[in-house]
Design a protein around this ligand. Structure first.
Ligand code: PLP
Length: 398
C-alpha cells in the first residue's frame, strides 16, 4: 500500500479548495483528474524500519488537519496547545493508551519531546542516584546506547549480552542483582530482528524500550514500571515519545532533576508542561483511534503473527535466502535475512524495486535485508514480497 500518492492527492485537493488565491482553484475540474492520475500511479509496499508505514486513513486525516483542524479554519500547526480543542487531543491520546494497554491507575501516560534516545538518559536521571546499580540486558546498539547514558547517572551493570554472536539471539539465563533499581530490556531489537518472546520474571522494577514493538502484541504492561517508545514505528510521526510510568517509582532519589526532565512535573501538568509536539501527538491520536477501531492490541498481534509467519516460512523454504537470527527469538516486527550468495543481493534489491517494494535494505551493520512488518503493513504487501522472492528464485535456478 502506498500512502504517499493518496496524501499528495488530498493535500492538493484541500489546498486548492481552501485557498482561492491559488490558480488551480479557478480550474477545479482539473482536481479530480489530477487526483486520479496520482492515485493510479505506482503502489509502494513500504517495509521501512522507521519512520514507517501508517494507516492510510491516518495520513488522510492528518493531511486534512494540517489545512483545517476540527473545522476551525486553522491548521493544527497554528493552533494553540492550551486551547480546549488541543487539550482534548492530548487527553484522548493519553486515555486511549491507557485503554489499549489496559493500564492500572498507578501508570501515567506521557507524550514527551525527543526520540527514544532522550529516554536513554531521562530514565536513569529520574531513577538512579550516583551509587545505585541498574541491570541492563545488552541486546544491540540501542541497549548499548542506553547503558552508555546510564553511566552518567548511576552504575549500570550488564547482566547479559548477545554481543558474542553479533546480537543474533536473546540471552536466556542470567541473574539480576537484588539491589538493582531496575532491569532494562529492549523488547524488540530493530536492527538485528530479535525480540524478547518471554519477558524476564524478576522482583526488580522492569524498564523497557519498546520503540519498535509498542502496541504490536499483548503483554502485561502493568508489570513494567517504565515503558518508553519513539512514536515513529508503530504509533505515529517522529518527534514524540510515549512514556508510561508507574508514579510510585518516582521521587526516590536525592539528585536534583532539571524541571523539564522530571517525569513528575509532566504528570502534574497533564503532559503539557511546555508546548508539546502538537502535530506528532495528533498523528498518534489518529493512529490510536485506528488501532482501537481495528480491534486493539490483540487483533494487531494476530495480524502481525500471520504476516511474520508468511515471510519467515518463505525465508526458510527459499533456497536463495537465509534468516540471520535464532528462530525462537525472531522478531515479528523486523525480519532480517541474507542471501546464501551475497553477490546476488544487489540484484534482488533491484528486482524488488520493480515490484514496488521499498525499504528492505538491511541496516548497514547487519547487511542483507530487513523487512519491517509494523501494525499498518497489510498482509498483501508481505505476499508481494514473498512472491518476489519466489520469482527471483525461479529466475536464478541453476
Ligand atoms: N530504541 C530502538 C529499539 C530503536 O529502534 C530506535 C530507533 O530506531 C531507538 C531506540 C532510537 O530512537 P530515536 O531515533 O527516536 O531516538
Amino acid at each position: 500500500m502506498d500512502h504517499k500518492p493518496v496524501n499528495h492527492c488530498i493535500c492538493v485537493c484541500w489546498r486548492y479548495n481552501l485557498n482561492p488565491g491559488l490558480s488551480f482553484a479557478s480550474r477545479p475540474f482539473l482536481i479530480p483528474y489530477f487526483c486520479a492520475s496520482i492515485l493510479t500511479s505506482s503502489m509502494i509496499h513500504n517495509f521501512n524500519a522507521g519512520p514507517s508505514i501508517l494507516p492510510k486513513e491516518v495520513f488522510e486525516q492528518a493531511a486534512a488537519a494540517v489545512l483545517n483542524f476540527n473545522n476551525s479554519g486553522l491548521s493544527i500547526l497554528e493552533f494553540g496547545h492550551r486551547t480546549p480543542e488541543f487539550t482534548a487531543v492530548m487527553e484522548e491520546a493519553r486515555n486511549l493508551v491507557k485503554v489499549l494497554m489496559q493500564l492500572d491507575d498507578n501508570h501515567e501516560v506521557l507524550f514527551l519531546h525527543g526520540g527514544a534516545s532522550t529516554q536513554f538518559m531521562q530514565v536513569p536521571m529520574n531513577l538512579l542516584d550516583s551509587k545505585d546499580v541498574a541491570a541492563y540486558a545488552d541486546t544491540g546498539v540501542w541497549s548499548s546506547k542506553a547503558i552508555k547514558e546510564a553511566k552518567l547517572f548511576g552504575k549500570p551493570e550488564i547482566v547479559c549480552s548477545s554481543k558474542d554472536r553479533s546480537y543474533t539471539y536473546i540471552p536466556k539465563d542470567f541473574a539480576v542483582p537484588n539491589d538493582a533499581k531496575y532491569l532494562h530490556i529492549t523488547t524488540n531489537n530493530t536492527i538485528y530482528g530479535t525480540q524478547w518472546q518471554n519477558i524476564p520474571h524478576t522482583s526488580n522494577s522492569m524498564v523497557a524500550d519498546m520503540s519498535s514493538d509498542i502496541l504490536s502484541r499483548e503483554l502485561d504492561f502493568n508489570a513494567f514500571d517504565l515503558i518508553y517508545a519513539g512514536a515513529q514505528k508503530n504509533m505515529g510521526a517522529a518527534g514524540v515519545n510515549l512514556v508510561v510510568v508507574n508514579k510510585n517509582i518516582l521521587g526516590k532519589i536525592k539528585r536534583p532533576i532539571p524541571t523539564i526532565m522530571d517525569y513528575r512535573n509532566h504528570i502534574n501538568e497533564g503532559s503539557m508542561l511546555n508546548t508539546p509536539p502538537v502535530f506528532a501527538v495528533y498523528v498518534c491520536l489518529l493512529t490510536l483511534r485506528w488501532l482501537k477501531a481495528e480491534g486493539g492490541v490483540s487483533e494487531m498481534e494476530k495480524r502481525n503473527t500471520q504476516k511474520a509467519g508468511l515471510l519467515y516460512d518463505e525465508i526458510d523454504r527459499n533456497t536463495l535466502f537465509r534468516g540471520t537470527v535464532e528462530k525462537a527469538d525472531r522478531s515479528k516486527m523486523n525480519a532480517c535475512f541474507v542471501m546464501e550468495d551475497t553477490s546476488l543481493e544487489p540484484a534482488f534489491l533491484a528486482f524488488a524495486k520493480t515490484r514496488n517494494i521499498a525499504g528492505i535494505k538491511g541496516h548497514r551493520s547487519v547487511g542483507g535485508f530487513r523487512a519491517s512488518l509494523y501494525n499498518a503493513l497489510p498482509l498483501s504487501s508481505v505476499q508481494v514480497l514473498v512472491d518476489a522472492m519466489q520469482e527471483f528464485e525461479d529466475l536464478n535456478k541453476k
